[in-house]
Structures are given as structure tokens and as C-alpha cells.
Write a protein that binds this ligand. Structure first.
Ligand code: XUL
Length: 526
């Protein structure tokens, strides 16, 4: 561990996370091994004037989901005001951050002037009024770009080419297809656009008062960056929109600090003029850091509304079926991200259908059906799924035993984790340890089932905001620390939370995996 101290002064690092619903901050003192301060602004409740109770403008047309970038700026002023009441921000050595991935901000030629004049501004809202060439920003929930995905894919001669270059097939929520849609729907607006930023690089740019590069982690979520070259891909840029290369900032690692904080933040919130600003990354790459999983073999499963599976990968291997994505790993190398839409939604649907409580999903109940492990199959989808891409409308079952509520619960959970195992096999990474997070992770029964299906130990972490923590750890690493030592301090598993796999069930689950794949094939090809 590099001593993060200068003479008698402890160095402090600020991590920001601009997520869909809120902007949060977390400051760490690595030498003391503590979180010094935390603050958060909720877009819906703290900034109701934007009419975005969940962080985006409701009822968009044709699958459009947009947010007002001005809301993110006002939130930044609010957040730093709150944080400066809790600590002296002059102690912060470096700032790093993360943002919801894929969302984009469109800026006109007034933007660079607004940035250079920021030092004398009174507030971010007034400083940046008149800089947007597109009033609102499409975010990751937007599904309006199906046609553009088809066009980009055709121009590139197929999905395989798009995937092998960018790490993902053309995906509706990704930035490239979003840019293409804007350039077609509003050519004048696109012509007036001089710079396009991601949510992450936009906030970093405002903090630094100058254009800050997009980092490799977040840049990989655009369908525009060449994974092997870590540079913009000429072919993809051309297939997306005319004149795109002159509108994009440079690419860089999030560990290379890019200047210091703008004098606006020095005057208004007391930051030191020497406080460094690093390029911001995506929330998933930052979470990989915050979950202590930047080395291959450590897998993170987040059980939320949607379930996500992510893990570090040394090589930019891509998913031949096109379901998984490859992003940059802030520690170097790459990471996978696979998203399963039927996460908590499916668990809740079964709970409600059976009229039971969560205790029916916990250790006691699941132990009663241990003898049936892997014997009854469920394709665990209550609605359209993206991994695999199929319009399911209810679960498909193949039970070898008499159907009971307890067996349906076991079989649904097993189906969710068999589906994850099946669709992450392309990574070729054997899980040495799984770090489980998200609401359902606290349930010991569910956590044990993950350990059994994957035949790997499962740990839970104390970290509540893994993206903001990850960002703070990135700032500390850029400032002279190193990930491994920092993660040992800040990403500890909850004492007593380690669960070992039941090795007697290894055979049951390898047979179940084969049968699950057959049932899935039969259903989706029917
Ligand atoms: C990842 C994705 C989301 C966003 C919002 O591909 O779309 O996880 O990053 O958190």
C-alpha cells in the first residue's frame, strides 16, 4: 500500500456518481482507512422543477427516455454546497467520478466560452444556459433507436463486425445509435453541435472548466470505440453520423488526471486550486472498482430490478451471441457486463403469484427442497428478456417432480442463476469468488443458491454506493495509491457473510445446465 500521506497531512479523495436518480459524493481518507463524508442529491425530490421524479422526463414518445442536462448541473451545485457543510473541501487532492452509461450531452459553439468564463459565474445554471444544441439528453433507458441499430449494422456488414470492433452489437441504448437518430431527426441541431459528451465526461468537463476526455471504460458503451486500439473506430464513426470525429472528445484512461478544478469551484466551495480532476468513467466500471473486483476471477452479481453480472477480463473477448458487453476496466484490461431484465421483477412476480413472503425464498425454506436441487427446470422470464433476447410472457417449466410452491421458488431461482452461468460462459473466466450485491443479496437462501449453481464461494460487501466508492478509489489511485491495497481497506466483505458452495450439488447443476440450455433452445426456436 502506497502511503497516501504528505508530511503530517492526510490526503483525501472525492468520488462522484451521477446515476439515473441521484448525484452522490463520497470522500475517503486512505491513510486513515475511513470514509470522511458523504452527500447525495435526489433529482426527483430535491429538484422537482425538472418534472423528473425518477431522474428522467416521463412519457417520452417512441421509446424515448431523456433527461435535462441542466438538472445534472444544478444538482452538482447543490451537492457540493451540502458536502462543503460537512467538510473542508480544500483537503481534497483529486476528484474522479462515474456516470450512468450511454447517455449523451449535445453542446453548441457557446460551450467552450462558457467553460472559460466559468471562474466568474454565479451558478452553473446561469453559466451554461444557451450551450445545449439538443435541449435534453437521451439516457440508457431509451429504446427509440431500433432503426438506427439496423442501419449501422448493415453499413458495417453485420453484427459480428460491430461487436468485434466495439465490444457489443449495435444496442438501442448505446450512444452511437442515439447520435445517429439525432443527426437524422434534427440535422440542423446536429450541424450546430460542436461537441458531444457522455454524462460522465460532461460533468468532469464542467468541474475542470475545460474539455475532459471520455474514459475507455465508458467509451466502450458507445458502439464507437475500437476495443483493441482504445481509439475511435473510423468505420463505426462513419457508419453512425457524418463529421462525428470532430465532435467527440479524446479518449483516455480514468487514472490519468487531466488538470485541476475550475476556479469557480475554488471560490464557491473552497476546493484547493491544485485539486486534480480525472476523466470520469461509467457507473459499472466504477462499481467493479468499488466492489473490489478489478482482477480476473472476481465476479460481481448485482441482484436488482434487473440483475447484472460483471467481471474483469484480461482480453477483450466478445460474446459470440451478442448478449454481453465489453467495457474498459479502470485498472487496465477489460470487463464484461451482462444484463438480465427479469431480475427482482420475476422474483416479485412469483412471490405475489404464490401469496408468500420473502421468507419462502430464504435458507429455511430452500433447505427443505435441497433433495430436488437441479431436478426441475424453469425459464425464469415473466416478460421480454434481453439475455437471451426473446419476448417471453410467462415462465416455461419442465418439472420432473410434483409441482409445489416451494419447488417453484427453488426452480425459478435456479433458472435465474443457470441462465447467468450459461450466458457468461463465453468469457472463459472461472469464478474464484462471487461478490453479491443489490437488494436480494442479503437473503442467505438466494446467496447460497448462487454459490451452489456456480460452485464458487459467495461474499456480500458492506459497501452501499459501490460506484461512488469506486470513483473515490480511482481518484486515490490516480493520486499515487494502488487498487489492491485500497480495495483491501475499503471493499471488505461483511463479517460472517461468506458462504461456501455445497460441492455435493456440483453434478446436479452441471446436468441441469445442459438441460436448461436444451429447454431454452426448444422454446426460443419454436
Ligand atoms: C449498462 C446500463 C446501465 C447504466 C445505468 O449497460 O445501461 O447499467 O449504466 O446504470
Amino acid at each position: 500500500m502506497v502511503p497516501l500521506r504528505q508530511e503530517t497531512k492526510h490526503l483525501m479523495f472525492l468520488g462522484l456518481d451521477s446515476s439515473t436518480q441521484s448525484l452522490s459524493a463520497l470522500v475517503i481518507d486512505p491513510a486513515a482507512g475511513i470514509t470522511v463524508a458523504e452527500a447525495s442529491v435526489n433529482f426527483g425530490s430535491d429538484l422537482p422543477q425538472y418534472g423528473s421524479p425518477s431522474g428522467f422526463i416521463p412519457v417520452g414518445k417512441h421509446g424515448e427516455v431523456h433527461a435535462d442536462p441542466m438538472m445534472w448541473l444544478e444538482a452538482l451545485d447543490m451537492l457540493l454546497a451540502k458536502l462543503s457543510e460537512k467538510m473542508d473541501l480544500g483537503q481534497v487532492t483529486a476528484i474522479a467520478g462515474s456516470g450512468q452509461q450511454h447517455g449523451s450531452v449535445y453542446l453548441n459553439s457557446n460551450f467552450s466560452e462558457a467553460l472559460s468564463g466559468l471562474g466568474s459565474a454565479e451558478g452553473l445554471r446561469s453559466a451554461f444556459s444557451g450551450v445545449f444544441s439538443r435541449k435534453t439528453s437521451p439516457i440508457w433507458m431509451d429504446t427509440s433507436t431500433g432503426e438506427e441499430c439496423v442501419e449501422i449494422t448493415a453499413e458495417m456488414n453485420g453484427s459480428e463486425e460491430v461487436c468485434s470492433r466495439s465490444g457489443s452489437i449495435a444496442v438501442e441504448r448505446f450512444t452511437g445509435p442515439q447520435i445517429r437518430r439525432f443527426s437524422k431527426a434534427d440535422p440542423e441541431g446536429y450541424a450546430k453541435t460542436s461537441e458531444i459528451h457522455l454524462v460522465s465526461s460532461f460533468i468532469a468537463t464542467v468541474l475542470a472548466g475545460k474539455s475532459i476526455p471520455i474514459d475507455y471504460g465508458d467509451g466502450a458503451g458507445m458502439n464507437l470505440m475500437n476495443l483493441r486500439e482504445l481509439d475511435w473506430d473510423e468505420g463505426l464513426l462513419k457508419a453512425t453520423a457524418e463529421g462525428l470525429s470532430e465532435r467527440l472528445p479524446a479518449l483516455s484512461s480514468c487514472l490519468s488526471s487531466q488538470g485541476t478544478v475550475s476556479s469557480y469551484f475554488v471560490k464557491k466551495y473552497g476546493f484547493s486550486p491544485d485539486c486534480a480532476v480525472c476523466p470520469f468513467t461509467g457507473d459499472n466500471p466504477a462499481s467493479l472498482v468499488g466492489m473490489g473486483a478489478t482482477s480476473p476471477g472476481q465476479i460481481v452479481i448485482s441482484l436488482g430490478t434487473s440483475d447484472t453480472f460483471f467481471a474483469a477480463m484480461p482480453e477483450p473477448k466478445t460474446d459470440p451471441q451478442g448478449f454481453g458487453h465489453v467495457f474498459g476496466n479502470p485498472a487496465g484490461g477489460f470487463m464484461s457486463l451482462i444484463c438480465f431484465r427479469n431480475g427482482s421483477l420475476a422474483r416479485e412476480a412469483l412471490r405475489d403469484e404464490l401469496g408468500v413472503g420473502w421468507d419462502a425464498f430464504d435458507t429455511g425454506s430452500l433447505e427443505e427442497t435441497l433433495g430436488s436441487a437441479g431436478k426441475n427446470l424453469t425459464l425464469p422470464f415473466y416478460g421480454a428478456e434481453i439475455t437471451p433476447r426473446f419476448d417471453f410472457n410467462s415462465p416455461v417449466t419442465d418439472f420432473s417432480e410434483e409441482v409445489t410452491s416451494a419447488l417453484r421458488i427453488r426452480s425459478l431461482l435456479e433458472g435465474q442463476f443457470l441462465n447467468m452461468k450459461l450466458h457468461s460462459a463465453w468469457m472463459g473466466v472461472a469464478p474464484e469468488r462471487i461478490r453479491l450485491t443489490g437488494g436480494a443479496a442479503q437473503n442467505d437462501g438466494i446467496a447460497q443458491l448462487v454459490a451452489d449453481v456456480f460452485q464458487a464461494p459467495v461474499e456480500r460487501l458492506e459497501v452501499a454506493n459501490s460506484a461512488a466508492l469506486g470513483a473515490a478509489l480511482i481518484a486515490a489511485t490516480a493520486g499515487g495509491g494502488e487498487f489492491v491495497g485500497l480495495q483491501e481497506i475499503f471493499c471488505k466483505s461483511t463479517p460472517g457473510s461468506l458462504l461456501m458452495p455445497n460441492t455435493d450439488l456440483a453434478g446436479n447443476y452441471s446436468t441441469a445446465l445442459v438441460e436448461f440450455e436444451k429447454l431454452l433452445g426448444k422454446t426460443t426456436n419454436a
